[in-house]
Ligand binder design. Structure first.
Ligand SMILES: [Zn+2]
Length: 836
């Protein structure tokens, strides 16, 4: 953790005030002090911070030289010092900061005020009010047959046990932390552990809460780094408190000595925050277990060259380097249940030895395979059976080809009731972008919602007429896009996305296709109990009450009639076209000038713009079509409620545009990192531009005295000003898309995507306000499935609270032999993960 103490060192005349905070987390403390007047001997300046324990008794002081980052050209020169050698076994309270120079204590300066920078703190410690919400799948699950339920039961088991590999993939200490936390909570029970903590170990209420939040965050992210953002998570309670709990609580999966030994092994890493440990990364830049600690970018590139030459893809692998005198050797180890009987022969490559081995995560891969074999018995069709057979082969033998084969069957399994995918899927977290994290999900078609989709498809022809483009710009026949709404039953990995587009294997995507998986219950869950800034109480109420219902409408239109609508005008090589030769461009009233040439398609023409542009088009279709009150009846929304739902949908879009998009904008590179976010920001700009008081955003001072924003949507203008603005915009989006007019598309889209620093809407400046009000990412509580005596499957849901979340994890892993698996895997590679 990095605490930033902001100390202002004034002239002698200033009075000294005792700081009023407590540093409960140690190891790495950085602080800045402003000194005036400038001291010539500043390069030899030191800061000395007396350290007291929690009862206020002085236990010495730490002194650190200030040698860097002194910027004398600033009006108030700032110096920053940092240390990583603060005693970690006590709670410390720096009570004053002394400035020393080479000549001794500098009495000409004194500390007037020290403030903790809460932002620096919140970066590594999850907040006590960490939101926890339930990922509800009950309705969808109840709609399954007994056979389908058994299928989900075994698949779910496979996903969860495979998901433990993510702990190993996250940091060397994570598997050990998992075993300790899980055993602590499982053996003592949540309430029992609390009794020990608050009773024997003198935890305060907040410290107990901090432990729950840490354990929850750790389990949800499958390790001690955030799945979204990749920064380290450390506990918000003192090390000595957590240690006393490990000593005084009971364990059943470990002996007391074993538990203490494990704790001593990992405790420093639980709390440490050296520059390298603050985030995931390669070599000096961060922590990664995809590579041994001695690997750098050069090693990663060498291994990439080798794999390319050998025609190997790295998805299921990790890389370990061994240096023995002059000899450098690498092991590229593939995940598999089977382990090599004898050491495979080495390849000589660029002066090194490289061995391709198998058996990474072996005991976990074995368990995954066993559950998949059981699941196969309950598959609905032969395609699913073959798919699972291939996965089993892949995880048993370490065959990537078998996983690709399984993925091919998966694509062919169209519209299944139970949708699942499992394996080493996303490569975001390998610093070199090659090796993938284990992930597994089981989701279930939401039959009631899908039934509404089916009606929409039937009415598509009528609804398409409501879109603003001429009939010639619409497909000759409406093609139902491959879309079903799925509710997540199980999702293991380092986080849960709202939708996925897989498989990631390029050759399969291009020639055989892919599937869009929309996880329908994720977004409504993330809306739950959300703190909603920037709007008045009435709007807050409306969003809280109606946003989920409105979202259902928006999603249906977005997916079916958004992505499903519109035609691409094509010119064939023989000069023929798929549109009439006298077709006019409705924007210019001139004859059509451009179209997709032979060999071109939307992605090849729109390239980097394509995804955000298309998402924007789909969102705009949703906004426009939801204005049709007749069609709203399909969703069970009657006349009297329609206005409210329309308002909630538009307000939700605009609110998202203001409050939830800018975090996905990177000011340094002036680029958007997320296409949905960019799309919603663009729509917000279009509606602001419409004027006439439809949407207003102004800066104000909030009740906390900090800068705030106020956003309003004028309900009476939605059907007039709003409808016209979105309709005109949608026409442009479609015509540019239809006519392959990337130039006009880009110029329009870039204009609306710009995050300006000045003018009436200085979004770049407002981004700080928005980020300041950002809510912590939610932790989702997922249900467990269990098999009862008569062989039927039950779904059990849990409280949406940290306690409920932890309870779900206690019950998820009943078989404590899993600890031995994780411990053996942790110890196996520990020599690869030492700092030396
Ligand atoms: Zn979309």
């Amino acid at each position: 953790m990095s605490l930033k103490l902001f100390g202002t060192v004034f002239r002698r005349s200033s009075s000294y005030t005792s700081p009023v905070f407590q540093l409960t987390l140690r190891r790495s403390i950085s602080f800045s002090a402003v000194k005036r007047p400038l001291s010539r001997s500043l390069s030899r300046l030191e800061l000395a911070v007396p350290v007291c324990n929690s009862s206020g008794k002085s236990t010495g002081e730490f002194i650190r030289p200030i040698s860097s980052r002194f910027q004398s050209n600033q009006p108030t020169p700032t110096v920053t010092a940092q240390t990583s050698s603060i005693p970690i076994s006590e709670s410390i309270q720096p009570t004053r900061v002394t400035v020393r120079t080479a000549a001794g204590v500098d009495n000409s300066t004194s500390v007037s005020k020290i403030k903790m920078d809460p932002k620096a703190l919140s970066h590594y410690i999850l907040p006590l009010e960490q939101p926890v919400v339930n990922l509800d799948c009950t309705e969808a699950f109840n709609g399954l047959t007994d056979q389908e339920k058994l299928y989900t039961y075994y698949l779910s088991k496979a996903c969860w046990v495979g998901g433990l590999a993510v702990d190993i993939q996250t940091s060397p200490e994570s598997p050990g932390i998992f075993c300790l936390l899980h055993d602590l909570f499982k053996t003592n029970g949540v309430e029992g552990l609390k009794a020990v903590a608050v009773g024997d170990c003198e935890f305060t209420e907040d410290e107990w809460k901090a432990l729950l939040v840490y354990a929850g965050g750790f389990l949800f992210n499958s390790g001690n780094y955030k799945g979204f953002g990749d920064t380290k998570i450390i506990p918000g309670l003192p090390l000595n408190k957590l240690e006393s709990l490990v000593i005084k609580a009971k364990f059943s999966g470990h002996t007391p000595e074993g538990a203490l030994k494990l704790w001593n092994d990992v405790k420093d890493k639980v709390y440490s925050l050296s520059e390298r440990e603050k985030q995931l990364g390669l070599g000096e830049k961060g922590i990664s277990t995809y590579f041994s600690y001695n690997c750098t970018q050069d090693d990663a590139e060498l291994i990439n060259r080798f794999m390319k030459k050998q025609g190997i893809e790295g998805w299921m692998t990790r890389c370990f380097k061994t240096v023995d005198g002059e000899k450098i050797s690498y092991e590229i180890r593939t995940a598999s249940a089977e382990e090599d009987v004898k050491q495979p022969e080495a390849h000589a490559f660029e002066g090194c030895e490289i061995r391709l081995t198998r058996g990474d995560y072996a005991p976990l891969m074995k368990r995954v395979s066993e559950y998949l074999v059981k699941a196969k018995e309950y598959a609905s069709n032969e395609t699913e059976q073959k798919m699972l057979e291939s996965y089993v082969e892949s995880f048993t033998k370490g065959s990537l080809d078998a996983h690709k084969e399984g993925s091919r069957y998966w694509i062919k399994d169209k519209g299944p009731i139970v949708e699942t995918y499992i394996g080493f899927i996303e490569n975001y977290r390998d610093p070199s972008g090659v090796r993938a994290e284990f992930e597994g999900f089981v989701s279930v078609v939401n039959r009631p919602l899908s039934a509404k989709f089916a009606i929409l498809v039937e009415k598509a022809e009528d609804l398409l007429k409501l879109l603003p483009w001429p009939q010639e710009f619409e497909k000759d026949e409406f093609l139902r896009p491959d879309f079903t709404s799925l509710d997540v039953l199980t999702f293991s990995g380092s986080g849960i996305p709202a939708g996925i587009n897989i498989p990631n294997y390029d050759e399969i995507r291009q020639s055989e296709g892919f599937k869009n998986v929309s996880l329908g219950n994720v977004i409504p869950a993330s809306y739950k109990d959300a703190v909603i800034p920037f709007v008045n109480d009435r709007d807050k109420d409306i969003l809280n009450t109606h946003r989920i219902e409105a979202f259902e409408v928006q999603v249906a239109y977005h997916e079916l009639l958004g992505h499903g609508s519109g035609k691409l005008l094509k010119k064939n090589s023989d000069g023929t076209t798929n549109y009439p030769s006298d077709l006019k461009n409705p924007l210019t009233n001139d004859l059509i000038e451009s179209a997709y040439e032979d060999g071109e398609n939307y992605d090849s023409v729109f390239t980097t713009l394509g995804s955000a542009y298309e998402e924007c088009r789909a969102e705009a279709v949703g906004l426009l079509l939801c204005l049709d009150k007749n069609a709203l009846k399909i969703f069970g929304i009657e006349e009297d409620k329609a206005d409210t739902i329309i308002y909630a949908n538009w307000l939700s879009m605009i609110f998202t545009g203001v409050a939830r998009t800018l975090e996905m904008y990177q000011p340094k590179t002036e680029s958007w990192m997320q296409s949905h976010s960019q799309a919603r920001f663009v729509i917000l700009q279009v509606l602001i531009e419409a004027g006439e008081g439809l949407v207003t955003v102004v800066e104000k001072t909030g009740s906390d005295g900090k800068p705030d924003l106020e956003l309003t949507l004028n309900q009476s203008k939605i059907d007039t000003v709003g409808r016209k603005a979105i309709s005109d915009f949608l026409l442009k989006l479609q015509v540019y898309k239809s006519t392959a007019d990337i130039k006009s598309a880009r110029s329009m889209f870039d204009k609306y995507s710009a995050v300006n620093n000045d003018g009436q809407y200085p979004w770049a400046k407002w981004r700080d306000i928005v980020l300041d009000k950002k809510q912590p990412r939610k932790i989702f509580v997922q249900p467990n499935l269990s098999l009862n005596g008569s062989g039927s499957v039950q779904l059990k849901s849990y409280d949406s609270s940290p306690e409920g979340f932890i309870q779900s994890w206690i019950e998820r892993f009943q078989d404590l032999s899993i600890y031995e698996d994780l411990e053996s895997l942790r110890l196996k590679d520990r020599s690869h993960f030492t700092d030396a």
